[in-house]
Design a protein around this ligand. Structure first.
Ligand SMILES: Nc1ncnc2c1ncn2[C@@H]1O[C@H](COP(=O)(O)OP(=O)(O)OP(=O)(O)O)[C@@H](O)[C@H]1O
Ligand SMILES: [Mg+2]
Length: 228
């Protein structure tokens, strides 16, 4: 099949041959759960094992995405409606998948994303109240068939995560949402984990950084070792 047709196939929602999605790992959870800390630790561990690792995040994994990130999260930007917010995140994802994640997987790299589609289901769906089927349908279009094979949800009471953030910096727009919003988001992640027990591992994010890093590395190594 020529490249042009393969591109069309991906827009229709099926991955191209050669995209090894077994190597796509995501880290999810509420504000301040430790996602960025653990994503970096996992990237270090897998690089030490000899893997080519691409560490990235959403929103903002690409140049265009970084502009979208500041529109979405800076307190100085006008607050988008829930629909606009969802569409901006989707634009960020579509750009991220096609420009960074898919090419990295195609060359055989391990990709670790600090937030991905599950955050959209949890925040825009459970948190903001956009119908989950709507979020899923739009997300399928934006991902073009690329999906993680292994996801870690770092779970903790949202108060604890927000407290960690407030101890170190001033909050962004999402961090300044009310606590009920963050509770819905947490329940959303728990629901996603319950629906996807093979893909999603839930970890108690109140454990210390090194203990968590060890658990995550063990699980990721077992996964990568057993995947083709
Ligand atoms: N397991 C842990 N125990 C205690 N503190 C932690 C733990 N993991 C991370 N922290 C601290 O909590 C704060 C938030 O961590 P981090 O930025 O990794 O979280 P995050 O989930 O990426 O947050 P955000 O949702 O804002 O992106 C940091 O100050 C970090 O050092
Ligand atoms: Mg972070």
């Amino acid at each position: 099949m020529v490249a042009r047709n393969e591109g069309r196939a991906s827009i229709a929602g099926s991955p191209r041959a050669g995209t090894d999605m077994n190597r796509f790992i995501t880290i999810e959870g509420v504000e301040g759960a430790g996602k960025t800390t653990q994503a970096a630790r996992l990237a270090d561990a897998l690089r030490r094992d000899g893997h080519d690792v691409v560490l990235t995040r959403e929103p903002g994994g690409t140049e265009l995405g970084r502009s979208l990130r500041s529109l979405l999260l800076d307190e100085s930007s006008l607050a988008p409606t829930p629909q606009t917010e969802l569409l901006l995140y989707l634009a960020d994802r579509a750009e991220h998948v096609e420009r960074l994640i898919r090419p990295a997987l195609e060359r055989g790299a391990v990709v670790i994303a600090d937030r991905f589609s599950d955050s959209m289901i949890a925040y825009q769906g459970h948190g903001r109240g956009v119908a989950i089927e709507t979020v899923r349908g739009l997300d399928d279009f934006a991902r073009g068939g690329v999906e993680p094979a292994l996801t870690f949800v770092l779970d903790l009471p949202p108060e604890d995560g927000l407290e960690r953030i407030r101890a170190t910096r001033s909050g962004d727009r999402l961090e300044n949402e009310d606590i009920e919003f963050h509770r819905r988001v947490r329940s959303g992640f728990q629901a996603i984990a319950a629906e996807n027990p093979e893909r999603v591992a839930v970890l108690d994010a109140r454990e210390d950084v090194s203990t968590l890093a060890g658990r995550i590395a063990d699980r990721a190594r077992a996964h990568l070792g057993s995947s083709k």
